[in-house]
Design a binder for this molecule. Structure first.
Ligand SMILES: [Zn+2]
Length: 505
C-alpha cells in the first residue's frame, strides 16, 4: 500500500495523551484526536436528559483525514471502554468490516498500531482480517475501564470495484464524486449472551451489529466537499483548502459519513428535528419530493412509535448497487436511480422504509445476523403506516395486495420459509429474493395480521413500550413478541407459531 500523505492544513501532529514515548515513536504519523464535546448537543432538547440515564457508554474520539483523491483516508481513534458485561474479559474484539468485502466491495481497512492504556498491545487478525483481537495483559472485571488507541488507514473501491468481484452496495465506495464511508473505523464487536459476536460479513442484508456509544469525530477533508454524517456538526474550521468539522453523535450504534462536492442540500424542520435532503445534480425536484416523504414519515413515526431523539436526520441520494437504500444512525441512503422516477411507489416506499429504520435498528437495536426480521420486518411494515396516514386507504390496500402477491408467488414456488431465520441461513439459500420476500414482506404481512388480531390500541401501545424500553439498547424477538402479548392481555402463541415458525409449503 502506498504511503498516504496527510491532508494539508492540519494541526501539528503530536502523540495522543496517554501514549508512551516508545509508542509515540512507533506510530509514524499520529493524528491528534478531538477532545470529546457535549454529546447531548446531538439530541433534541426533550431527549437531552437521556444521556444521564446511560451509564458506561463507550466513547470514541476519532480523527479522520480524507485524502484529496477521495480514494483513501487515514485515521486515529481513542476508545474508552468500560466492561458492561457481568463477566471478566480477557480480550476485546474490534471489527474491520470492509475487509470482509461482499456488501463493502473490494476495499480495505488496516490497523497499523494498537495501544492499550498507553502501551503497545498484542493483537491478532482473523476471519479475513475482519476481526481484530486485542489481548488484555490483565483481565478486565465488570465495571472496569480500558483505553484503546488505534491508528488506521483505508482504501475505498472506485465505482464499486469496476468489473471485479465483489461489487458492494456502494456503502464503502467512491462513485460520481460521492465518497461513502461505512465501517471506516475499527468498531467494537458486541458481547452478549452468546459471547463475542464475530459474524462473517454477509452478501445480503446489513452486517453491522453494534452497541450504542458516544462518538466525537473530527473529519478533515477538501473544503469543496459537502458532508452528511451521523450526529451533528458542532465546530468547523477551514484553512488552506481543508475544512475540519467536529461532530458529536449522541448515543448511536455507528458513525457513518458520506461526502461529495456535488451535493445540494434542502432542509425542513419536523418536531424540532432538522431533516436534510442531499441530492446529486439533476435530482433537485425529486429530492424536494423525497424531503416531503421523509419529513412526513418522521412526523407519523414520532406519533405512532415515540419521538426520534436526535436533532438531525440526513437523507442522501447516493450511487448504489444491489440495494435500494441503506440505513445508518441519523443518516440513510437512497439509491440514485430511484430519483429518476420519483412518482414510482418504490421511491416513497424506500424512503419511508429507511426512515423507519431510525426507530428499528437505530434507536432500538437488534442482532442483525441472528434476527434480521426484527428491524427489516418492522421497517417494511412501518412504511405502510406512512401510506396509511399520509395518503389514503386505497394506497395501503394496493401496497398490501402487491406484497401478498409476492409472498403468494414464493409459496407457489415452494420457497416459503421461517421469518425468524438468520442472515447466514438465507445467504446459504443463494437467492436474495427469498430473504427479501420472507424477512421483509412476509414479516410485514405478519405485523398487519397481528394488528388485526389484537386491535390498534394494543398494537401501537406495544410498539411504543418496546421503543421506550429498549431505547439505545439491543432488543430480542422475545422482547417484541412479549410486548404484543402484554398489551393484548392474552397469549398469542398459536398465532406466532403459525406466522413465524411454520412455513407453508
Ligand atoms: Zn431495511
Amino acid at each position: 500500500m502506498p504511503a498516504i500523505p496527510p491532508a494539508s492544513g492540519l494541526e501539528p501532529t503530536q502523540p495522543a495523551p496517554g501514549s508512551s514515548p516508545q509508542a509515540a515513536q512507533a506510530r509514524s504519523q499520529p493524528l491528534s484526536l478531538p477532545t470529546p464535546g457535549d454529546p447531548s448537543l446531538a439530541l433534541i432538547p426533550a431527549a437531552r436528559q437521556d444521556i444521564n440515564t446511560l451509564e458506561d457508554q463507550t466513547r470514541y474520539s476519532i480523527a479522520l483525514n480524507i485524502d484529496p483523491s477521495l480514494r483513501s483516508f487515514q485515521g486515529g481513534a481513542r476508545v474508552e471502554y468500560t466492561n458492561q458485561e457481568d463477566v471478566t474479559l480477557d480480550e476485546i474484539y474490534f471489527r474491520l468490516l470492509p475487509n470482509g468485502h461482499k456488501s463493502y466491495g473490494n476495499g480495505s481497512l488496516k490497523v497499523s498500531e494498537v495501544l492499550l492504556n498507553g502501551e503497545v498491545a498484542p493483537t491478532e487478525l482473523s476471519l479475513q482480517d475482519t476481526v481484530l483481537k486485542v489481548k488484555l495483559p490483565e483481565s478486565l472485571p465488570p465495571g472496569e475501564s480500558a483505553e484503546i488507541e488505534l491508528a488506521f488507514e483505508g482504501e475505498v473501491p472506485v465505482d464499486f470495484g469496476g468489473q471485479s468481484e465483489p461489487a458492494g452496495y456502494g456503502i464503502y465506495n467512491l462513485s460520481q464524486d460521492v465518497l461513502a464511508l461505512s465501517g471506516w473505523y475499527p468498531i467494537l464487536a458486541v458481547y452478549d449472551d452468546q459471547g463475542w459476536n464475530l459474524d462473517p460479513i454477509s452478501e445480503i442484508g446489513d452486517s453491522v451489529y453494534s452497541d450504542t456509544a458516544l462518538y466525537s469525530v473530527r473529519v478533515c477533508a477538501s473544503d469543496e466537499l459537502a458532508l452528511a454524517a451521523t450526529g451533528r456538526s458542532i465546530a468547523e474550521q477551514t484553512s488552506d483548502g481543508t475544512t475540519c468539522t467536529q461532530l458529536e453523535s449522541g448515543p448511536t450504534r455507528d458513525f457513518f459519513l458520506i461526502a461529495s462536492p456535488s451535493f445540494q442540500v434542502d432542509s425542513q424542520q419536523v418536531d424540532g428535528v432538522t431533516v436534510n435532503a442531499y441530492s446529486l445534480p439533476g435530482h433537485a425536484s425529486a429530492s424536494r419530493q423525497a424531503l416531503k416523504i421523509a419529513a412526513d414519515s418522521l412526523r407519523i413515526y414520532n406519533q405512532k412509535f415515540g419521538p426520534y431523539p436526535y436533532a438531525e436526520l440526513d437523507m442522501v441520494d447516493a450511487p448504489m448497487r444491489n440495494a435500494l437504500g441503506v440505513e445508518y444512525p441519523g443518516v440513510f441512503l437512497v439509491g440514485d436511480t430511484l430519483y429518476d422516477e420519483p412518482d414510482e411507489a418504490g421511491f416513497a416506499i424506500t424512503i419511508a422504509h429507511e426512515a423507519a429504520h431510525q426507530w428499528w435498528y437505530g434507536v432500538v437495536g437488534n442482532d442483525v445476523f441472528d434476527s434480521p426480521w426484527l428491524d427489516e420486518g418492522l421497517a417494511t411494515y412501518s412504511s405502510s403506516l406512512y401510506y396509511e396516514f399520509d395518503r389514503s386507504p386505497e394506497f395501503v390496500n394496493s401496497l398490501f395486495d402487491f406484497w401478498q402477491q409476492r409472498y403468494d408467488r414464493l409459496k407457489k414456488e415452494g420457497k416459503d420459509d421461517q421469518i425468524t431465520a438468520g442472515l447466514e441461513y438465507f445467504e446459504d439459500q443463494g437467492a436474495s429474493s427469498v430473504y427479501g420476500t420472507v424477512v421483509y414482506i412476509k414479516a410485514a404481512l405478519f405485523f398487519r395480521a397481528l394488528r388485526q388480531e389484537i386491535g390498534d390500541e394494543a398494537f401501537f401501545t406495544a410498539l411504543q413500550r418496546y421503543y421506550q424500553e429498549h431505547k439505545y439498547g439491543v432488543a430480542t424477538p422475545t422482547d417484541l413478541l412479549n410486548a404484543f402479548e402484554e398489551a393484548a392481555g392474552k397469549s398469542l402463541e398459536a398465532f406466532y407459531n403459525q406466522w413465524l415458525y411454520t412455513p407453508e409449503r
